[in-house]
Design a protein around this ligand. Sequence first.
Ligand code: APR
Length: 230
Amino acid sequence: MKKLVVLTGAGMSAESGISTFRDSDGLWEKYRVEDVATPEAFAANPGLVLDFYNQRRNQLYTCKPNAGHRGLAELEQDFEVHIITQNVDNLHEKAGSTNVLHLHGELTKACPVDDVNTTYDILPGQEIHLGDTDRRGVQLRPFIVWFGEAVPMIEPAIRKVEESDILVVIGTSLNVYPAAGLLNYARRGQPVFLIDPNEVNTYRKDIHYIKAGASEGVGQLIQLLKKTVR
Ligand code: APR
């Protein structure tokens, strides 16, 4: 089976009702990154940061995977599919994708502030509050990679892209590194598809651009793959 690697961003989940970050109604229009998404913000005002992620998590429980998520899960019948997502939601997993790498963490997990490698599942309805600790008494924080923090999953993500036969990019403005740099690792000449309803700036000229939202775009991708790559 051919190896199909899919890099997804916030646009993948937009049709499930989760705001993107940089569109006109995006999250970063309503909040300042420096107030809610950096280690410095958490040190200065942990309650505000915890509350921001509790809200995001509570909202996630009201959302369902869309046809785009479901289409990618179905592609596992014909391809070895590896999803690399910048999203912190769990909609790829809910749709049935079995191989999902989260570059920027997961909303449904917590970790102690001194050890991002130890994670705990947050059950539906649970929140993280000040005073919630692990067994050692260390405060818990959202398992989210904040701006300015290391992105430990980038190395395995690079290897996946290097080994891919086909690369698909869906719903990311490619503004945030190192994730945006993953396109560098696709081989010259291999098929690269990009699904986005808006223009996305990328230096690669060999991209097959599918100008559509995630649900419609994944439908078109499936038809194209049937015709062109087997
Ligand atoms: N279907 C597909 N793509 C869409 C849709 C849709 N229905 N609606 C919007 N988009 C596209 C936008 O055109 C844009 O290119 O999704 C992209 C969203 O870009 P961003 O908001 O910048 O999100 P993303 O690229 O995932 O952000 C990267 O930035 O703030 C951080 O950590 C956060 O993981 C996030 C990272």
